[in-house]
Design a protein around this ligand. Structure first.
Ligand code: CMP
Length: 139
């Protein structure tokens, strides 16, 4: 099992709902090391740059607006197979399809306001971690 890093975000809907602490408890109980964490409020351009890979999708503008509606909590999680394990813990993108016991099943309201984000591969994790954290913040 290779040690990986992944970029997770507790999204504005979950922060506004007061679910950040409960989600962080699940992160810790699953054994991830929280390598770095901050609370920020993204601008539209911040969100558009982060989600640039989705820029041609019909939901892109709405997604970027949603991500600016309040503070969010990006963090870097480290652990064995962290990318896949965090995605498993999050559950399916659409909470209606998410398995019981997953974060999105328990905290997400819709496919857009889906509580959390996680990188989907090692290359995207590297881009997404560097988007929010400098090397100095990852020691
Ligand atoms: P995330 O895992 O952060 O990656 C891209 C985001 O786009 C996704 O979570 C959702 O918030 C959003 N998204 C994906 N599919 C749709 C959709 N069909 N309609 C609206 N938003 C979507």
């Amino acid at each position: 099992m290779s040690v990986e890093r992944t970029l997770a975000i507790i999204k504005p809907d979950a922060v506004a709902a007061g679910a950040a602490g409960k989600i962080l408890t699940r992160v810790e109980q699953a054994g991830f090391k929280i390598l770095a964490l901050k609370m920020i409020r993204m601008s539209f351009d911040d969100a558009a740059g982060f989600y640039a890979v989705h820029s041609a999708r019909p939901f892109f503008k709405s997604l970027c607006t949603f991500m600016t509606q309040g503070p969010c909590i990006p963090m870097v999680l480290e652990g064995g197979n962290a990318i896949a394990r965090w995605r498993d813990l999050m559950g399916a993108t659409d909470p209606a399809k998410a398995a019981a016991g997953t974060i999105r099943k328990d905290f997400a309201a819709s496919i857009e306001a889906n509580a959390v984000h996680g990188s989907d591969a090692t290359t995207t994790a590297a881009f997404e971690i560097a988007y929010f954290f400098s090397a100095r913040e990852l020691q």
